[in-house]
Design a protein around this ligand. Sequence first.
Ligand code: NCD
Length: 303
Amino acid sequence: MRSLIDILELSTAELDKLIATADDIIANPEKYAHKCAGKKLATLFFEPSTRTRLSFEAAMYELGGNVLGFSEAQSSSAAKGESVADTAKTVSCYADIIAMRHPKEGAPLVASMNASIPVINAGDGGHNHPTQTLADLLTIHREKGHFDNLTVGLCGDLKFGRTVHSLIAALRRYNNVKFVFISPNELKIPDYVKDSLKKEGIEYSETTDLEAAMPCLDILYMTRVQRERFFNEEEYLRLKDSYILTPEKLLGAKADMKILHPLPRVNEISVAIDNDPRACYFKQVLYGKYMRMALILMLLEVE
Ligand code: NCD
């Protein structure tokens, strides 16, 4: 039995297989409509979510399965002081697979060590968010056709943005991927990420200037400033509008650059960009559902 806590647990061959399965689901949805009949997914969300929770639920329904769960800690026994380990043991009696989001880093790992069914990390604190990365990878693959030789700009809150940390971990395994980290000084990419890139000889640069970085980018991954992870509201207010992508700022961009955002958007991307052919963030939402379907099939070992 296998869980997914960190994107690095998937080999490159497995990522390729998930992408191939998602492509096949998109082409032949009817083939998959009953694959999970009789199976149940439990969504245990201790932190707010629109896309990730509904995406998991839609994924399971489209596989013919069922869904149970909760969408806030206050409506679960966590409010009475139950441990994540006990919740995981309990839910193992009711469901076949768990998707868990938690504000504490490592909580889904603890759940996976105590559950008797697979656990998927649906975001743990500022740490990891592997299924968002699956959505990001399918988007890049469908839009660009490959991962090798891409220059990927990541912009915004690179300190607390868990989707950023997981995406870098996945992309750095491909050939000649270069990273450009664009953030205010206060929200720079953590040192442990840079150290691991240095160790592997992967090229990266850091800047505060989005427009200066724009011309070299093949992918621009925008993120929101993660308000809920700040200790100080004043600091959040000072930094929240550090980058706002507008049509003027795109003037220097490549015609085939792709703009991604894990969403929710606050105001990092002007709505004037939504109809630009380079904007992929709503397609990315849809692709996330297909990758979650592929992942559920893999972890439940459904042929
Ligand atoms: C992201 C998350 O939860 O980390 N959202 C998502 O799952 N699509 C990004 C964010 O909240 O900013």
